[in-house]
Write a protein that binds this ligand. Structure first.
Ligand SMILES: Nc1ncnc2c1ncn2[C@@H]1O[C@H](COP(=O)(O)OP(=O)(O)OP(=O)(O)O)[C@@H](O)[C@H]1O
Ligand SMILES: [Mg+2]
Length: 206
């Protein structure tokens, strides 16, 4: 079983959106996938309640039970555990990053998000998971995403080469309990998620 964690100190950067969408892409690709929702706000679990399809399983998990939940997932034949974390919660984010084969840090290009990277980077250093920034909700025009990617790379951090644009499909699909690859399979959001999942899979398996 592989473990993929979504972490970011800052709220609202897209942890839950990417956890859900990467999980659906993995499940469709034939991986038995479970989302372990560490966020007391339980947004991923709420999405799971809306969902009328089998898989991925969504399990709300208190931070203190993470190890046990991972062990249970392993025993049940889960291929991929995706951990969605709460913002501003260093202890549980650290535990989730420690457990990860790959930690993805969603970041919206913009100066405020870049500042929050400092704190997250300290968590990574402690966790020693493979980590990469995933640029999310990038604007369709302008240089902002390129500038952000450069600034991140200059600070020595990995950036996933596939960016996720700001697209309304992410909001519409979530309210329907779907991933974008199901909601609009031929859309741009779906293509971007497939690319990010492919990139993540190579890193998990590598
Ligand atoms: N690529 C995107 N395009 C459009 N909207 C997006 C995108 N990514 C996220 N959003 C929207 O931004 C909001 C915050 O996203 P999300 O809940 O995934 O962030 P989060 O990091 O999990 O937040 P929190 O820290 O509160 O858990 C949501 O309304 C979501 O639909
Ligand atoms: Mg969230």
């Amino acid at each position: 079983m592989y473990t993929l964690t979504l972490i970011a100190q800052k709220g609202g950067t897209g942890k839950t959106t990417l956890a859900i969408n990467l999980s659906v892409a993995a499940e469709i690709g034939g991986w038995r996938t479970a989302i372990l929702d560490l966020d007391p706000q339980a947004s991923a679990a709420g999405w799971g309640d809306q969902r009328e399809r089998d898989g991925p399983a969504v399990v709300p998990v208190p931070a203190s039970r993470l190890e046990a939940a991972l062990e249970t997932s392993r025993r049940h034949g889960v291929d991929l555990a995706v951990i969605d974390t709460a913002p501003h919660s260093e202890a549980s984010a650290l535990a989730a990053a420690r457990a990860a084969d790959l930690a993805l840090v969603p970041l919206r290009p913009g100066i405020l998000d870049l500042r929050a990277l400092g704190t997250t980077a300290e968590i990574w250093a402690l966790a020693r998971a493979r980590t990469a920034v995933a640029l999310n909700a990038t604007p369709h025009r302008g240089q902002l995403a390129d500038q952000a990617a450069e600034a991140i790379a200059e600070s020595g951090l990995d950036v996933a080469p596939c960016r996720i644009g700001a697209r309304i499909a992410f909001q519409h699909s979530i309210t329907r309990g779907l991933g974008v690859v199901e909601h609009e399979p031929a859309g741009k959001a779906a293509a971007e998620i497939r690319a990010l999942w492919h990139w993540s899979r190579v890193r998990l398996e590598g």
